[in-house]
Design a protein around this ligand. Structure first.
Ligand SMILES: Nc1nc2c(ncn2[C@@H]2O[C@H](COP(=O)(O)OP(=O)(O)OP(=O)(O)O)[C@@H](O)[C@H]2O)c(=O)[nH]1
Length: 371
């Protein structure tokens, strides 16, 4: 799939990929964000990439379910539900160029593009199609991940750590700007999470209370995560009450700046590197071709064309003494060649020699190529 960088003079609305564990509230968050943006007169463009979602509480502009029926895919390919969802996403990805075409047409009039992903997080984050879709979007639009977290279910240090490690793996895989969205703050405020992320001692203290064998592993892991937190934007929201939606949009604006200053130059560097590599490969091929052609030319001098060649050169291009004798014999033959038998013999001889010369030329060229 093409990953050419898009022209920058057109309006490029940010793409928000909503990712999260099953039940974290992705769909409810999308519904709330959609309503919030409609209220601000900035209706978003919505892509639904979850083929297994029952009923969407909002209208999607592009819906994977209109293209592939994952239950049919399960039947046809004899797959289980996860295999069916993954295959449906793979099939949809083969048409993603067309999807991008639709988005392109609408992009100049849009402020936001929202993407809902399958409930089984790994189907999107660890699949080739997920990477292709993310990279393709990120090549054209400021793309970011909104990682939705079920705050009440992540309040224990061990669960929090696991969730952060998972988020970390997605960040390093996708490399696009990342917003941690602590959802369901109407049930549990996300202050504890912010404290654990900004105050290393506070998290260590929380870990001390965990007496399981995991605690020492978590101690060392928390050191690794410190670096990861530096790359994140953190917001707390409630998809049910609508709290924190403006904070989220502020984080989106910051992510766009991060995309422009960090992701895009890196993308352009990678594309430039790829272009240079392709150019170098082309030049190398051209040089090899020229060398082959020069050899053919040399070969023609050696064997195939003109009277000079008939004098006979060996593989190194030196005059061959045997050939000289042969030529003499030919000459004599020519003199005495009045009858048809001799003529036929000479033609046959000529053909044989030409075949031998061509063979010798081929061997010479092959030898040069090997060098
Ligand atoms: N209290 C509260 N409940 C929420 C909030 N957001 C979502 N929920 C509830 O969490 C449950 C899961 O929400 P969904 O939006 O279906 O979550 P999802 O991540 O899309 O789920 P899958 O598609 O199955 O992965 C539902 O019962 C929602 O009502 C919130 O902010 N506060």
């Amino acid at each position: 799939m093409s990953t050419s960088a898009a022209p920058t003079d057109e309006k490029r609305p940010p793409v928000i990929l909503c990712i999260g564990m099953a039940g974290s509230g992705k769909t409810t968050f999308m519904q709330r964000l959609n309503a919030h943006l409609h209220a601000k007169k900035q209706p978003p463009y919505i892509l639904n990439l979850d083929p297994a979602v029952g009923a969407l509480p909002f209208q999607a502009n592009i819906d994977i379910r209109d293209t592939v029926n994952y239950k049919e895919v399960m039947k046809q390919y004899n797959l289980g539900p996860n295999g069916g969802i993954l295959t449906a996403l793979n099939l949809f990805t083969t048409k993603f160029d067309q999807v991008l075409g639709f988005v392109e047409k609408r992009a100049p009039s849009l402020d936001y593009i929202l993407v809902d992903t399958p409930g089984q997080i790994e189907i999107f984050t660890w699949s080739a199609s997920g990477s292709i879709i993310t990279d393709t979007l990120a090549a054209s639009y400021p793309t970011m991940i909104a990682y939705i977290i079920d705050t009440p279910r992540t309040a224990a240090p061990a669960t929090f750590m696991s969730n952060m490690l998972y988020a970390c793996s997605i960040l390093y895989k996708t490399k696009v700007p990342f917003i941690l969205v602590f959802n369901k703050t109407d049930v549990t405020p996300h202050d504890f999470a912010v404290e654990w992320m900004t105050d290393f001692e506070a998290f260590q203290e929380a870990l001390q209370k965990d007496k399981s064998y995991m605690s020492s592993l978590m101690n060392s892991m928390s050191l690794v995560l410190d670096e990861f937190y530096a790359h994140l934007k953190v917001v707390g929201v409630s998809a049910v009450t609508g709290a924190g939606m403006d904070d989220f949009l502020k984080a989106v604006d910051e992510a766009v700046v991060e995309y422009d200053t960090e992701y895009k130059p890196e993308l352009e560097r990678v594309l430039e590197e790829r272009r240079k590599k392709q150019e170098a490969e082309k030049e190398e091929q051209m040089a090899r071709l020229m060398k082959d052609m020069a050899m053919e030319e040399k070969g023609r001098d050696i064997g195939l064309g003109g009277r000079a060649s008939r004098r006979g050169l060996d593989d190194e291009g030196n005059e061959d003494e045997d050939d000289e004798e042969e030529e003499e014999r030919d000459y004599r033959d020519e003199d005495d060649s009045d009858d048809d038998d001799m003529e036929a013999y000479r033609i046959e001889e000529e053909e044989r020699r030409e075949r031998a010369e061509a063979e010798s030329l081929k061997r010479y060229v092959a030898g040069q190529r090997r060098q």
